[in-house]
Unconditional design. Sequence first.
Length: 94
Amino acid sequence: MTDFLLNNISIVIGILLAITYIPQIAKLHRTRSIEGVSLLFWIVLSFTLSLALINSLVVFTSTGVWGYMFIEIINVSLALVVLCQVIAIKKGVY
């Protein structure tokens, strides 16, 4: 029962988390402006979330609970999308 709850609650969290990234990704795509967006923040966030993903893999291998890993995959992926957008806009390639 606990595994079921942890995994299913994680799906809801992952979906809600993904929704929170959409406005930033859309704004960067639409405006092609990084005014007020900190590159350092997205670098540090992406690195930290990557560490959390590694930790979630350890949790999965030791407990079989995959929900935390699901959240982190979504979180890291979307943070990397924003980071790539910021870098591309900064370099004038996007």
